[in-house]
Design a protein. Sequence first.
Length: 293
Amino acid sequence: MLAVRFNWTIAVLLFLITALVMTAFAANSVLARAALLGPTIDPASFTTVRLISGAAMLALLLLTRKQTSIRGLIGGGNWHSAFWLFAYAVTLSFAYIGLDTGVGALILFALVQATMIGWSVFKGDRPIVPEWAGLIIAFSAFVWLVSPGLEAPDPFSAFLMALSGIAWGAYSLRGRGATDPLKATAGNFILAVPMAIAVSAICFSQNNASTYGILLGIASGAITSGIGYAIWYRVLPQLSAMQGSIVQLTVPVIAGLGGLIWSGEPFTLRFVLGSVFILGGVALAIISKTKRV
């Protein structure tokens, strides 16, 4: 009986930690939209503050390891991966000038999954009928979500968020098989900082950072990105591949709720239906592939 109770305790704890991490990931969208809605900070500065604070937090977490040196932090990353990380962060920031929180997160998530699944197909993986059905449902719903209409998102902002999703998908693909994903992430954050500073310098005439906006950027970088990733990499080995993919389906919905609470954004019928069919289609594809493998 004690063993059964212990297992239930571990399961509940794992669920709560996973829910916390998904909330942190969704909070990245909420914080970015809140900062840029005012705006209380310009997109280039928000990106720079986010990456600097994320790099600082991840470095601090890694330096608590006895075997990690300051020199070793940078060695954990590489410039190619750092570029994709930077591309994800900067396009997300500029996209949230014109997108509601939930819609932005939904477009981001859809393109992340599309990039990773598309690469798998390109490398020779052959989806079965249920997988194709899920992908077609998700893609059709995505096209409908961004198609012209009264509730359609801003086309250019949606395009930028799509680029952000592709960049994060590419970054995720490059990170597969990393022996120390937290160290790699810290190194990539550090290497991405000069790129963000360069964009801020180019956009110098538009720089407008209030104290509130900077604090939101720090929260996004240090807490919901830095600490969020650190916890995620600790809990991920406890989840199956399917569980790890499925739980991330909750992020756009949580982000939409966050936008409703924080910024007063409505849950439109377009967003609700888009979420149901995009996330449902992706879930069908993930589950079918997991069973096939």
